[in-house]
Design a protein around this ligand. Structure first.
Ligand code: HEC
Length: 151
């Protein structure tokens, strides 16, 4: 009997990845989703700021600190999308309703940023590569903000 337990657990996990519960069920209130979203951007942006300070020579370049921040940027960069719940474009938020209405286009912009932040981790090994990849990452932030974030 016992030997069936593990494959079964695996199957349940695999199934839950495909049949995800609607995102709104993960938050008690829409306001909680908005807070979660903004908090993730705050973390992301704090570490982008640390990397920019090194890239601009305002802080001495430190490969270990840069890689640590790059990892946190990459991790935090996956969080906001968890909180794109219905009706979350009004209230204390700058999300434009277009982001929810054009979910595929929004996701494309999110995927683009996630692809750039994934490269930041290796790029932060040297100042030159950090500068280049930080530029590409920043452009992916701006691309989405211009379209989907209120001023
Ligand atoms: C796919 C779209 C998208 C991408 C990519 C994106 N953002 Fe945003 N960002 C938003 C939206 C939408 C908001 C408004 C969130 C809200 O108010 O609910 C936002 C808000 C923010 C905020 C304000 C958070 C607050 O407390 O109000 C900061 C800072 C920020 N983003 C930084 C960044 C940085 C840095 C990057 C790139 C590394 C980035 N964003 C990439 C869409 C995006």
């Amino acid at each position: 009997m016992k030997r069936f337990a593990i494959p079964l657990a695996g199957a349940v996990l695999a199934a839950s990845a495909f049949y995800a519960v609607p995102a709104v069920a993960q938050f008690a209130k829409v306001e909680d989703a908005i807070k979660y979203r903004k908090a993730s951007f705050t973390i992301l942006s704090n570490h982008m700021g640390r990397l920019s300070a090194m890239a601009r020579g305002e802080r001495p370049f430190d490969a270990a600190a840069a890689q640590n921040s790059a990892r946190l940027v990459d991790m935090a960069g996956h969080l906001p999308w968890e909180a794109m719940v219905p009706n979350s474009a009004s209230g204390d938020t700058r999300l434009k309703p277009e982001a929810l209405a054009n979910a595929a286009e929004f996701k494309q912009a999110a995927d683009k940023m996630n692809a750039e932040t994934a490269k930041l981790v290796t790029a932060s090994a040297s100042l030159d590569t950090l500068r280049t990849q930080l530029g590409a990452t920043g452009a992916s932030c701006k691309g989405c903000h211009d379209k989907f974030r209120k001023d």
